[in-house]
Every structure is written in C-alpha cells, then in structure tokens.
Design a protein around this ligand. Structure first.
Ligand SMILES: NC(=O)c1ccc[n+]([C@@H]2O[C@H](COP(=O)([O-])OP(=O)(O)OC[C@H]3O[C@@H](n4cnc5c(N)ncnc54)[C@H](O)[C@@H]3O)[C@@H](O)[C@H]2O)c1
Length: 336
C-alpha cells in the first residue's frame, strides 16, 4: 500500500471543513488537530473521533513534528503568513485559508518562503472548486460566450454577528476578507485587471471602522471591463451572483443557486431563449479542494492558487481599498 499523506489541521472553526476534506481523501490520514482554544479543540476532536493524544493547543507541536507532511491553516487572517512560513520552513506542505495576507509587505515574504521551501503551498480560494463557477470556467474556455467584454461578481454576506473579533481589525477590510472571493473569481475567469477605481459607503456595520459596502470598477484590457460589489452588512442571504458577458452569449451564475442561466445566439446573432442549467450547490467544496492539493503533492503537479496567485488577488483587493480611500484610479502592482 502507498504511504498516506500525514495531515495536521490548525484552527477548529471554519477549519473543520479541512478536517472533512482530509477525512474524505483516500490518500490522507489525520495525525493531529490544533486549536489554541481548548473548547473548540475538544469539540472538533469529539466530533471527528480524534483522540486526545492527537490534539494540541500549540501549533509549534506541529511545526516540530517531523512525521507530518501536510498542514491546513484556518486561523484569523492576521496569522496566515506567520504560521504558514513557520510550517513551510519546517518542510510541510501547506493549504492556507484566504486571504493570503492583509498587508502588501507580507506578500513578498510568503512568496519567497514558499518558493524556497521546495514544498507545495496553496491558498484556499474555494470558489475555484464551487460547481457553478467550475462550470462557468468550462463554458468560457469552450468559447460558447465568444470573447468576454464585461464581467461582474458580488460578495454580499451579512456580517452583523461576525465582526466583534479579529474581523473588525481595519486591515481586515471587507473587500479583502470576503471580497477576495469575488476578486479572485474574476481574475480566474477574466485575467488580471490593469486598473481599478472604487467608491465605498459605511451604513450598516457601526462596530467596524471600514466601509461595509464597496463598488469597484476595473479595466482588464481595452476590450474587457469589470465590476466587483462587496457588501458585508447586507440584509439578505449570502450570494456571489456573477454575470459573464461575451460577444456570443451571457452566463448568470451564483454559488448559492441550484441553476445557472445561459444565453447564446442563433445564426443571425440574435439571442435565443435562455437555457436553465442545473448545478450542485456546494459553496465550501473543501473536499475537492483538499483532493486537488493532495494530488499536486503526490504527483508533483503545480498548484494553481500558489503564493504568487494568492498575492495577486490580495494586491487587487488592496488596490480597490486604496482607490476608495483616495478617489484615484489605482494600477495594481503585480511585481512581487
Ligand atoms: N473560504 C471561505 O469561504 C471561508 C469561510 C470562513 C472563514 N474562512 C477563513 O478561515 C479562517 C478562520 O476563520 P473562522 O471563521 O474559522 O474564524 P474563527 O475566529 O471562528 O475561528 C478561528 C479559530 O482559530 C483558532 N486560533 C486562533 N489563533 C490560533 C493559533 N495561534 N493557533 C491555533 N488556533 C488558533 C481560534 O481559537 C478559533 O477556534 C480565516 O482566515 C477566514 O478568513 C474562509
């Protein structure tokens, strides 16, 4: 039998979905879980039947354990770079939650450390594993929509009960923390924006100092423009409604809808009746995400959302925040 990847998971709130990812992977075995909060650690340990001797409150016990191959990291965003670098330097492959970092200065560090480590590093940009968005990518790449001329995505999520902790740090602006999903999705589907401009408003979350709604417009190239809308105080269910406009068709999709709508044209280039395509709703597809990461490690394949790719998404988010504060067009700097 092939040797299994020995896995540790850090952060036992959202990070429990990484535990599920590893438990569902035939090539992996969980050898340790970690949370600095004893109650959260105990809860996860009992939920997944992970015995006490495999639980720790100190992630350095994972860093210093030579028998661990892969570690997932789902701790507050401010700790992503520090903990990931410690793990990479000790020879572990790392799957770290988004956003990769909250500050420009940290981007170069994580790129350097991950590239020098010889280990695989993946940022968990989970929308790339959302069935509706995977299907959208496939439809775009097949040429069905013709050439793209406008793309838009939104991240609307009510954080009213979520921001009385590390999420209220001004560095964790909504565009970076949650909006990075919509930005990363558009980058994946349409490429890197050359210029961004943005306006923000602050009406719904008095407990934070940053804007809770931001509209950003962006130029990808002379023929392709885009828009990202982020609202972290919205009064509605979570949505990432995304519309892709091409010269031969239009696609409307969402990570929380069981259908997507596809418009295409007839021989005379006239819009035909819409096709309604069924799609599985799975907006946190951590099982597929971990499977893809394990495959990259075991078969030495490239990781699509490596540190450089995660850094580009953060750079666009930071540029949007900068544009909304300065009222000036910002050109993201991708020279890391
Ligand atoms: N991909 C997504 O859609 C998605 C959704 C939610 C959260 N996230 C990301 O996951 C990460 C965690 O978010 P969350 O909602 O679970 O936050 P949370 O605050 O609910 O939980 C964080 C957990 O990490 C633990 N922790 C904090 N510092 C630690 C340390 N030094 N060592 C070990 N454990 C530590 C805390 O005790 C807590 O249990 C964040 O980066 C967040 O942005 C991603």
């Amino acid at each position: 039998m092939e040797k299994k990847l020995l896995v540790a998971n850090i952060g036992m709130k959202f990070g429990m979905c990484h535990v599920e990812g590893a438990l569902n992977c035939k090539d992996a075995e969980i050898v340790m879980i970690c949370d600095s909060n004893e109650e959260n650690l105990r809860f996860a340990g009992e939920r997944y039947s992970i015995p006490e001797e495999k639980r720790t409150t100190d992630y350095m016990n994972i860093v210093n354990n030579k028998n661990i191959d892969v570690v997932t990291v789902a701790v507050p965003d401010q700790l992503h770079v520090k903990i990931s670098c410690d793990l990479l330097r000790s020879g572990k492959h790392v799957l770290c939650e988004k956003p990769l970092a909250l500050k420009r200065e940290e981007l170069e560090e994580i790129i350097k450390v991950s590239e020098e480590s010889g280990c695989k590093f993946m940022v968990g940009q989970i929308c790339r594993f959302t069935p509706a968005f995977e299907k959208a990518k496939e439809i775009i790449d097949s040429g069905t929509l013709g050439e793209l001329y406008f793309v838009e995505s939104e991240y609307a999520h009510d954080y009213m009960k979520l921001v009385d902790n590390w999420r209220s740090d001004p560095l964790r602006h909504g565009v970076i923390g949650g909006g990075c999903h919509a930005v990363d999705l558009l980058r994946w589907l349409a490429g890197d924006p050359e210029e961004v401009f943005a306006y923000g408003t602050h009406r719904l979350l008095p407990q934070v100092s940053y804007d809770d709604a931001t509209i950003a417009i962006m130029k990808f190239n002379e023929n392709l423009a885009g828009k990202v809308f982020v609202s972290t105080g919205c009064k509605r269910d979570y949505t990432m409604r995304t519309v892709i406009y091409g010269t031969k068709g239009t696609l409307i999709c969402d990570n929380t809808s069981p259908t997507m709508t596809l418009f295409t044209v007839d021989e005379e280039q006239v819009t035909k009746e819409a096709e309604i395509l069924p799609v599985e709703v799975n907006n946190h597809n951590a099982v597929k995400e971990f499977e893809v990461f394990a495959d990259a490690i075991l078969n030495n394949k490239p990781v699509l959302t490596d540190a450089r790719e995660g850094a580009k998404t953060v750079e666009v988010c930071l540029s949007i925040v900068e544009a909304s504060k300065t009222g000036k067009v910002v050109r993201p700097d991708y020279n890391f």
